[in-house]
Design a protein around this ligand. Structure first.
Ligand SMILES: Nc1ncnc2c1ncn2[C@@H]1O[C@H](COP(=O)(O)OP(=O)(O)OP(=O)(O)O)[C@@H](O)[C@H]1O
Length: 464
């Protein structure tokens, strides 16, 4: 990366900015090539991780009910991805065993835990909550609910309910066999006795490192767990598990089987990671506007640090004649739902957002992610946020597709933060220059106009 030592921007002035973290409360064209292996650690060491029993080559081998297999067919899921191949047999076998599972963004973790829920619920008791899935944002909870409904579309009597603000009526409470929610709302419903958790068999926590780490959600998840049956099977999923959270995850889900990735295997090779060397903070906006034409080839997500900058960039871009949407934690739930639905359907193609959408959101048409601000964490936002970087760029390059991420740097601080992130994951970032627009366009177009992943890339494989 170029030397940016001489470019130091002034600190921001004004009121404390509103920062969102991701913790408030389709079918694929991907080819499945399971060329790489993962580290599987079995809770019961008497078992043999290499045994064929612990890996399936097809969904049929799992012996799931026909209705579930029909759902997979309807989704055009022909072959399990690596995480599905390795995790599913362990998760659906009896006696139920906990699982801590890691695989890269966009590799099909959702279907892995959704299939486990569908395999475990007794459809003769459709209104009795039996599986609880927790996610960090309302958008992700709704998305997971949609996946359960789609894969479970032929399961008679299946009722799935979202436990997010505004979705559960006070009169009826929770009346579903599978419940997908955010921890705060779930906690409220249990406290108000509107959610009978006495017969829950399964607790799934998606984005588990984030859910167990953050003060607010970590505490909430622990409190929710204390109210659940002691024998409940716990499944923790994420693309990232920093060591400290991983240790806590092992206490939270004792005696778990584990599927882990090596540090350097965390990035998705289908995502071409680039950075734009902007002259200064003020000119980032002009660079963004120049990129606009490229951003609309597919769909794009622009990540900014604060809600205020999301609003401000939206205002300026619209004033400059560009069509963009902004979504962040200050919006009301239903408004957020409508905004994301517009983006999913392609009615809006450029979404400006905060970390609230950094994790989990699956929109296959996203071909570009822009880190307008490098993700930072810690006191005074002084430390690069390695995990959030990976989750943000993972909104593109889903399930074997290709995509581009462009991170804006404009001063020593942002440059060093991005260098740290690159070193942390062993990534070589391609440098783009705002002075050579033809070359920038070529770099970006070469990737997003190619419809296939590079031949050396085994899409959807863990550890690719
Ligand atoms: N076996 C499969 N065959 C084809 N497509 C699949 C298969 N499994 C999952 N997919 C598709 O892959 C995409 C990504 O899956 P998913 O959203 O579960 O990723 P993830 O691993 O949870 O990612 P993240 O870490 O970002 O949350 C989805 O669009 C999903 O429909």
């Amino acid at each position: 990366m170029a030397d940016l030592a001489s470019r130091i921007s002034k600190p921001e002035e004004g009121a404390a900015p509103q920062v969102d973290d991701p913790t408030e409360g389709a079918n694929s064209v991907g080819i499945v090539e399971n060329a790489y292996d993962v580290e599987v650690k079995l809770a019961d060491l008497q078992n043999d991780a290499e045994s064929p029993l612990f890996s399936v080559q097809s969904f049929e081998q799992l012996g799931l009910p026909k209705a579930i297999n029909d759902g997979l067919l309807a989704m055009n899921f022909k072959k399990p991805s690596k995480i599905q191949e390795r995790a599913l047999p362990l998760m659906i076998s009896d006696p139920p065993t906990n699982m801590i599972a890691q695989s890269q963004s966009g590799t099909g973790k959702t279907a892995a835990f959704v299939l486990t829920c569908l395999a475990r619920v007794d459809l003769a008791k459709p209104q009795q909550p039996q599986a609880l899935l927790l996610a960090p944002s309302r958008e992700l909870a709704r998305q997971i609910q949609g996946v359960v409904q789609t894969i479970g579309q032929f399961c008679e009597n299946l009722i799935v309910q979202a436990a997010i603000p505004g979705e559960v009526s006070r009169e009826t409470g929770v009346r579903a066999s599978i419940v997908v929610g955010t921890p705060g709302t779930v906690m409220d419903l249990i406290r108000r006795r509107q959610f009978d958790v006495s017969q829950l068999k399964l607790l799934v926590i998606d984005e588990a490192d984030n859910m167990l780490d953050q003060q607010g959600l970590g505490e909430q998840c622990v409190r929710v767990k204390t109210l659940l049956p002691k024998t409940i099977q716990i499944l923790l999923f994420s693309a990232t598990f920093p060591d400290n959270v991983h240790r806590f995850a092992q206490q939270f889900a004792p005696k778990a089987n584990e599927i882990k990735l090596r540090h350097t295997e965390l990035t998705v090779k289908g995502i071409s990671q680039m950075y734009m060397d902007c002259p200064d903070e003020g000119q980032k906006y002009d660079v963004l506007c120049k990129l606009y034409g490229l951003m609309t080839i597919g769909s794009s997500v622009i990540f900014v640090r604060t809600r205020e900058s999301a609003n401000e960039i939206q205002r300026r871009m619209e004033a400059d004649g560009h069509k963009v949407s902004a979504l962040h934690g200050a919006f009301e739930g239903q408004n957020r739902d409508a905004l994301l639905d517009d983006f999913r359907s392609g009615r809006s193609k450029v979404l400006i957002t905060t970390n609230v959408l950094a994790r989990g959101i699956d929109v296959s048409s996203v071909s570009m992610v822009i880190n307008y601000d490098i993700p930072m964490k810690g006191p005074g936002a002084g430390v690069p946020d390695y995990e959030t970087y990976l989750h943000r760029i993972g909104r593109t390059g889903r399930f074997g597709r290709v995509g581009v991420s462009i991170s804006f740097v404009c001063d020593r601080r942002s440059y060093e933060a991005l260098s740290d992130i690159a070193n942390h994951y062993g990534i070589d970032l391609v440098q783009l220059s705002p002075d050579d627009w033809d070359l920038t366009e070529k770099h970006v177009q070469d990737v997003i106009k190619s419809s296939r992943a590079r031949p050396d890339y085994a899409p959807n494989a863990l550890g690719n």
